[in-house]
Design a protein around this ligand. Structure first.
Ligand code: DAT
Ligand code: MG
Length: 151
């Protein structure tokens, strides 16, 4: 499905380390289409919904502290198989298990500072996109290289 969408977020450590451009670049280079982008300071309420399956974990309070420690840049990317492909591009949750060439494998060392978020399933992506974005914030646009024929 070429209209498949996923939510990618550069976490506070990624923003502080000025990795936003490099992360966006990887998704553009792969061929995905950016359809939503914004920077925000996350509230604990939004985070509790985003990480609703993790609120009982022992690390949850430090996760909240980390994720609210500064602004995040959140994006919606669209394209064929984007959910699964972006999980591969991001790498394992624990950067120690993320291969070089992945975002986490290239830029991070520890699970508590792993730079980026990527939705883990189609259903998760739909839920997270609705949580983070209003419908009008997502832009439908045609890539010229996919629609224009030159004379
Ligand atoms: P992912 O971000 O790869 O989807 P997840 O959904 O299981 O991983 O967990 C969400 C975030 O919570 C993860 O990016 C970092 C943090 N986290 C997960 N497991 C952790 C652990 N064992 N210790 C500390 N933080 C953890
Ligand atoms: Mg997850």
């Amino acid at each position: 499905d070429v209209k498949e969408r996923t939510l990618i977020a550069v976490k506070p450590d990624g923003v502080q380390r000025r990795l936003v451009g490099q992360i966006i670049r990887r998704f553009e280079q792969r061929g995905f289409k950016l359809v939503g982008l914004k920077m925000l300071q996350v509230s604990e309420g939004l985070l509790a919904q985003h990480y609703c399956q993790l609120t009982q974990k022992p690390f949850y309070s430090s996760l909240v502290e980390y994720m609210t420690s500064g602004p995040v840049v959140v994006m919606v990317w669209e394209g064929h198989n984007v959910v699964q492909s972006s999980r591969v591009m991001v790498g394992a949750t624990n950067p120690a298990a993320a291969p070089a060439g992945t975002v986490r494998g290239d830029f991070s060392l520890h699970v508590s500072r792993n730079v980026v978020h990527a939705s883990d399933s189609l259903e998760g992506a739909q839920r997270e996109i609705q949580l983070w974005f209003q419908g009008k914030e997502l832009v439908e646009w045609d890539c010229w290289d996919q629609t224009l024929t030159c004379e």
